[in-house]
Design a protein around this ligand. Structure first.
Ligand code: ATP
Length: 609
């Protein structure tokens, strides 16, 4: 029966396809070098572990050797004193091996924890440097898996795989040396059996590897489901569309697949242990037979104790050989883990810090778009030759049909994306030449979808300015027209906003986010007005908050309401990624173009008009 044949099914076919072969990580010198670069800072501790493993491996062979002495010199030699000495030695070596084992596992765990600590931090910081494009196009489940189970896997590589390779190799070498020292004929005989279990072990290993990979993919899928469907918005959608049952079934199916894969992986090659056990029993049988013949028929000098020692040592060689062969899977799995992690590390940082970042003394918030083209994906251009200029202290309202590219235009200012052609200038300097943190500090965005962290109102506000005083908080909230609301709350600034701020109304969230931006005090204020309808009281409260802000600083407003549009100095009309009209409200209405249509269909109906 082929390995895994018992289980059957398409998964149990080892490296059946070229694709699967290709998915096995390529063990290159560079990969190994890179893996070891994470171990390098802990070389002193590693040396200690190595020493501990070497000592305990040798100590673990001692019982086998001492047993021979107990039999020959103590029992057969009838020497009670020697018998007691050897028994005490046996006890002491056992105790010493265990104590060293404790020390070794402490240092080992320490190293593993520190390596994963370094990796997690590096990954988090790398992910933070990834562009918006990365987060919009990658599955959140994958990102979380990389941060959690992949890096956790690295810990087990260090604590188990590396340790196992080291200790098994050392035990194997010492056991073989000890066997040859006792009797080379019997040593050769015992070792001759080893190739018999190499082939099935390798085959079982390949099957397990394929299953491991499938389990990993399944894990990604489950993480993705949990992330999407158990999020606040996901659950809202599920509930409102009564999708609980199909979603449960979807999750259950993925979960079931995982269970099956896990069982298959654990069981892969179990049958072959039957073969293995038989083979490992053949070795000692041969040793007893040939050893007996050597004692009885030839004057070989062999003793009963020697044969006992050789049989015990043989067991000590089979065990590490078997483990080392099985480690092949762990090793491949570890390398696959590292490859997956390194793939993430190697993703280029799209929005790069300039080589010589500029930090002008004072920014006034002037913005100029010069012939800007932009596309999210190569085949679909979103913005075409956008040109406009916004002077210091002025304000521009960008209007246009949904999907015309308004949000895309403002995304280019704080460099959430970089232009494909042309330039975006901030106070006359190309945004790509400004220090990134400096640029973003000077651009305040109140976005359409307000995001508040799960915490108190105070914590959310302090996110913009951690050292803000109580007075500053109150002032910002008053300006943003939210202070009255906060003061009516029992807990005031310490009111919890709930997951994503969902304990607050849309209007309250918007005004808190305006207060948050005010605390940041940016040179340029971008306000992406919510398209969702707020009641007229909420709207007017927001309007009251933003009117003075627009007057006092350079601002860009993506406007959906006439009152906001009228508050701006100039109106820019965008359609299909192009600026098609610009000017003042009266002129644009008279033009009879896109703006007039928008006015007639959207703005005119707003009661404030
Ligand atoms: P709205 O008023 O509805 O918010 P908008 O004018 O702000 O719309 P944008 O959000 O700028 O429009 O989108 C412009 C176009 O770019 C749309 O067709 C949209 O599908 C596309 N788009 C937006 N974000 C992405 C993205 N991350 N990846 C790919 N395409 C995108």
């Amino acid at each position: 029966m082929p390995p895994g044949g018992r289980m059957g099914g398409p998964i149990m076919r080892g490296f059946a396809t070229e694709e699967e072969k290709a998915a096995a990580p390529k063990l290159t010198k560079d990969l190994l070098k890179r893996v070891f670069s994470y171990l390098a800072p802990y070389w002193k501790q590693l040396l200690l572990v190595l020493l501990a493993i070497a000592i305990s491996s040798v100590l673990n062979l001692m019982p086998a050797i001492l047993t021979g002495k107990i039999i020959d010199e103590g029992l057969i030699g009838r020497d009670l004193k020697l018998l007691i000495i050897y028994i005490v030695a046996l006890l002491l070596t056992n105790l010493a091996a265990n104590l060293i084992g404790v020390l070794e596992s402490y240092i080992n765990t320490w190293i593993a924890q520190h390596i994963t600590f370094d990796m997690r931090n590096q990954m988090y910081s790398h992910l933070q440097s990834m562009s918006q494009r990365f987060f919009t196009s990658n599955n959140q489940g994958d990102i979380i898996t990389r941060m959690t189970s992949d890096i956790d896997g690295v810990e087990s590589v260090v604590t188990n795989t590396f340790k196992s390779i080291l200790s098994n190799s050392i035990t194997l070498v010492f056991a073989i040396i000890a066997m040859f020292q006792k009797n080379w004929i019997l040593a050769l005989l015992g070792i001759a059996v080893i190739p018999l279990f190499v082939i099935p072990t390798r085959k079982a290993g390949k099957t397990r590897w394929t299953l491991t990979r499938e389990a990993q993919e399944c894990n990604d899928e489950i993480n993705g489901i949990l992330n999407e469907k158990l999020s606040v918005s996901g659950q809202l959608l599920v509930k409102l569309f009564c999708k609980e049952k199909p979603e449960y079934e979807h999750y259950r199916a993925a979960n079931e697949k995982m269970v099956k894969l896990n069982i298959k992986e654990r069981m892969a090659g179990r049958w072959f242990f039957v073969v293995l056990n038989t083979v490992t029993n053949i070795g000692p049988m041969l040793l007893y037979l040939v050893g007996g013949i050597l004692i009885m028929k030839y004057d070989s000098g062999l003793t009963v104790g020697d044969i006992t020692v050789l049989v015990a040592l043989l067991g000590k060689t089979y065990m590490p050989v078997n483990s080392l062969l099985n480690i092949q899977v762990d090793w491949m799995r570890s390398m696959a883990l590292f490859t997956r992690i390194f793939d993430y590390f190697d993703m280029p940082v799209e929005i790069k810090e300039p080589e010589h970042p500029k930090t002008p003394a004072k920014l006034e918030g002037c913005v100029e778009f010069k012939h800007v083209d932009f596309s999210y994906e190569p085949e679909r251009q979103i913005l075409h030759d956008i040109c406009f200029k916004l002077g210091a202290g002025n304000s521009i309202a960008i209007v246009g049909p949904s999907g015309s590219g308004k949000s895309t235009i403002i995304n280019l200012i704080p460099r959430l994306y970089d232009v494909c052609e042309g330039k975006v200038l901030f106070d006359g300097v190309d945004v790509r030449d400004l220090e990134l943190a400096y640029l973003r500090k000077n651009v305040g965005v109140v976005s359409q979808e307000t995001y508040l962290f799960n915490g108190t109102i105070r914590e959310n506000l302090l996110y913009a300015k951690p050292d803000a005083t109580e007075e500053e908080l109150v002032e910002a909230c008053k300006k943003a027209n939210i202070y009255d609301f906060i003061s009516t709350q029992e807990e005031g600034f310490d009111t919890m906003v709930g997951n994503r701020g969902l304990k607050l109304s849309g209007g309250e969230k918007q005004r808190i986010s305006i207060a948050r931006v005010l605390l940041k005090d940016p040179a340029l204020l971008i306000f992406d007005e919510a398209t969702s309808a707020l009641d007229s009281i909420s709207e007017s409260k927001i309007q009251e908050a933003i009117d003075p802000l627009i007057d006092s600083r350079t601002s860009i407003l993506i406007a959906h309401r006439l009152s906001t549009i009228l508050a701006a100095d100039e109106i820019l009309v965008v359609k299909d990624g192009r600026v098609v009209e610009r000017g003042q409200h009266k002129d644009l209405v008279a033009l009879g173009g896109v703006y007039t249509e928008l006015y007639n269909t959207q703005f005119k109906r707003i009661p404030e008009e």
